[in-house]
Design a protein around this ligand. Structure first.
Ligand SMILES: *Cc1c(COP(=O)(O)O)cnc(C)c1O
Length: 243
């Protein structure tokens, strides 16, 4: 699987082919894990790639996209609403409270609900906008100081509070495990945590670790590089360093 992805990235970049390859690799990982491939949803992470790349992916049948930054997401996807086949936009980057209203306006799902002040800002924004996206609670599974997400110690209490406050809009959990080391214990931790709260969506796994994430029950994998190629250089291209 890793070799198939490596080959993909060596060819001149062809988004439809990369999408086909990644969908096949996701299905293979699901079957290896004894799971239904249809139970794993591909979120195509298009951050830093132009609207043209998104249009190409939409034409190739991709319907769910992820972006890190609210402003970039609004600029890129706003004009496509109505003119393209319908798609869902997930916000997957750290979200500042002062961007909550724009986030509520542009997103179908916000995957990075991770602190009480953001919950307050989103609740107020939802009231002003008359809509509330689906929400995932991001858990900082490695308890890394530089990363977003509620700490593992506070996760259960925070998730319960969010379910009391937002009800069925809380769809599940999201994590970005530490870059170093085996991600599997973190993925298993997140799955067990979701089960404790009756949550069904698990957003975990990226280009480098989607197979173990799927083996651990991921329902959503967030994949950028393997679809769109390498992002333009810069520290903000890294996961969780988004705003
Ligand atoms: C950029 C990003 C991804 C995609 O990472 P790739 O390694 O390019 O697949 C996934 N999740 C989050 C939160 C990200 O910021």
């Amino acid at each position: 699987m890793t070799s198939a992805l490596a080959q993909t990235s060596k060819r001149p970049h062809d988004i439809p082919t990369a999408l086909r390859d990644i969908r096949a690799a996701i299905a293979a990982a699901a079957i290896d894990a004894g799971r239904d491939p249809a139970a794993v949803t591909l979120v195509a992470v298009s951050k830093f790639h132009p609207a043209e790349a998104v249009k190409t992916a939409i034409a190739a049948g991709q319907t769910i996209f992820g972006e890190n930054r609210v402003q970039e997401a609004a600029a890129k996807f706003g004009p496509l609403r109505g003119s393209a086949p319908s798609f869902d936009l997930h916000l997957i980057g750290a979200l500042q409270t002062n961007k909550a209203r724009d986030a509520v306006r542009v997103a179908d799902v916000i995957e990075t609900l991770d602190r009480p002040r953001l919950a307050d800002a989103l609740a107020q924004a939802a009231e002003q906008e008359g809509r509330m996206p689906g929400l995932l609670v991001q858990v900082n599974v490695g308890d890394e100081p530089q990363k977003g997400g509620i700490s593992t110690a506070e996760a259960d209490g925070f998730i319960e509070a969010m379910q009391r406050r937002f009800g069925q809009q809380v769809l599940g959990l999201m994590c970005i495990p530490p870059a170093e080391g085996d991600p599997t214990p973190h993925f298993l931790w997140l799955r067990a945590c979701a089960a404790r709260h009756g949550l069904h969506q698990l957003s975990m796994g990226m280009s480098g670790d989607f197979a173990p994430a799927i083996a651990c029950g991921a329902t959503h994998v967030r994949i950028g590089t393997a679809i769109f190629g390498h992002r333009p250089a810069g520290p903000s291209g890294a996961p969780s360093q988004s705003l």
